[in-house]
Design a protein. Structure first.
Length: 106
């Protein structure tokens, strides 16, 4: 199981993960770490907007921001993210429902 702090709220995390902006950011990070300039250009969000949207996932180390003198690098902990999503019954039900709907439509 994923080790999480006492301040972790599973419902809040799931709501954060399905936010359209957060989903887009995480989709970009799935293929590897990205610097803040890439994300701001790609997503048309300011660095402050990106950090604000990711604040809860950063707080719980699902996304890590490495800072150096001139840049910020964002990377996602895919293992941790996958474990939390796999362990959420509501998320599984949504995915199962979408899969079933897709099979029906196709």
């Amino acid at each position: 199981m994923v080790n999480l702090s006492e301040s972790f709220d599973r419902q809040k995390m799931m709501e954060t993960l399905v936010d359209p902006d957060v989903s887009c950011i995480l989709a970009e990070l799935e293929s590897g770490e990205k610097n803040v300039a890439y994300l701001t250009d790609k997503l048309q969000l300011s660095s402050n907007q990106i950090k604000e949207r990711l604040s809860y996932v950063v707080e719980h180390n699902f996304v890590i921001i490495d800072k150096n003198d001139t840049n910020e690098i964002f990377k996602v902990d895919l293992n941790k993210l996958n474990k939390i999503m796999e362990s959420d019954d509501n998320f599984k039900n949504v995915v199962d429902g979408l899969t079933e709907l897709d099979q029906y439509l196709n």
